[in-house]
Design a binder for this molecule. Structure first.
Ligand SMILES: [Zn+2]
Ligand SMILES: [Zn+2]
Length: 334
């Protein structure tokens, strides 16, 4: 999407001539800064809020600013904002992790990870990709760094056993340390667990624009609204009998973590996004996926077609699934 940076600057300029703004205007401008990837205007916006001692009602505005600073590698701005945030949640912590991971600040990455009150698969992924990236660039990972990578990877193997990403990242870390036996062991573990070499993702098309989702992904500009839409839908389908198949997740993680890891598969995020963007249409919801749909998502799509009254067409790597009124055209054989 092309966003006019000049217009954005003028909008921020006009705030300065008006005075304090409403939550709505700040939110709209923060989203525009994020879309335009314009950290300079974001900083001016933040200064404006600071000047009027404005405190946002929730963490949305600060998190967006934080993610923008993280994206553009602005460590001091991000750190200063993070330190004074009144409400920090998992998004805020993950933004700091991703900043340190991208900037190669391994010590800060580990320090932040240690201090987190709770972690999700995004946190584990960020830690391991930060460490693995460092390993490739400098061949300077310490034994302690590798231990962190192993710990994060093990969590991810348990939460999302079919995702190839952590296997490949850990294998890169071992390789950078010359641990070829461990590289080989990982490769055979991938075979045993039947892990495909590609990460699973789903995508949809709205107004000729493609939106791509991976499991647990919080990168999309609308991700907060998407997760809310999906959580609402999960509640509705549970009322009519859907039970999440947490048995598809390996055993050594807690029930809540199991539930979270299965709830946010890419096709579920894609569905929530489409329902949010196209709430009143009679057209089928079309979703594409590069790998085979999992059993839980298949059941979820059936229930969703029932509670929303919408036809859902899911094209996975094997076939088309047409979900109508709680049933699938494949009769559960796929
Ligand atoms: Zn699934
Ligand atoms: Zn089916």
């Amino acid at each position: 999407m092309k966003v006019d940076k000049l217009k954005l600057r003028q909008a921020v300029d006009s705030l300065y001539s008006i005075g304090p703004a409403t939550q709505e205007s700040y939110t709209r401008l923060v989203i525009e800064c994020f879309r335009a990837n314009d950290a300079d205007q974001a900083k001016r916006l933040q200064s404006h809020m600071d000047a009027y001692s404005y405190r946002p009602a929730d963490s949305f505005i600060h998190n967006r600013l934080l993610h923008l600073y993280a994206k553009s590698g602005q460590i001091p701005s991000a750190r200063q904002l993070f330190d004074k945030m009144p409400h920090r949640d998992i998004f805020s912590w993950n933004a700091m992790l991703s900043l340190y991971a991208k900037s190669g600040c391994v010590d800060d990455l580990q320090g932040t990870f240690d201090r987190m009150p709770s972690r999700d698969s995004v946190s584990y992924n960020t830690v391991i990709s930060g460490l693995a990236g460092r390993g490739c660039a400098s061949k300077a990972l310490s034994k302690r760094n590798i231990k962190y990578g192993e710990m994060a990877a093990r969590k991810l193997f348990a939460l999302d056993p079919l995702n190839a990403g952590p296997y490949i990242l850990l294998s890169n870390m071992y390789a950078s340390d010359g641990r070829w036996k461990d590289v080989a062991a990982l490769r055979s573990l991938m075979k045993t667990n039947n892990v495909k070499k590609f990460a699973a993702y789903s995508w949809v098309d709205i107004n000729n624009e493609v939106h791509k989702f991976v499991a647990n992904d919080r990168i999309h500009v609308d991700s907060i609204a998407i997760y809310k839409e999906l959580d609402d839908l999960i509640k509705k389908v549970q009322e009519v009998g859907y039970k999440p198949s947490t048995n598809l997740v390996l055993h050594d993680v807690g029930e809540q973590e199991k539930l979270e890891s299965i709830s946010y598969h890419s096709e579920k995020l894609a569905l929530a996004f489409m329902l949010m963007k196209r709430p009143h249409e009679s057209m089928p919801v079309r979703i594409l996926k590069n790998l085979r749909v999992c059993g839980d998502c298949h059941a979820f799509m059936k229930f969703s077609s029932k509670v929303t009254g919408r036809t859902i067409v899911l094209r996975d790597s094997n076939r088309f699934h047409h979900f109508v009124g709680g049933k699938c055209s494949c009769n559960d054989h796929w």
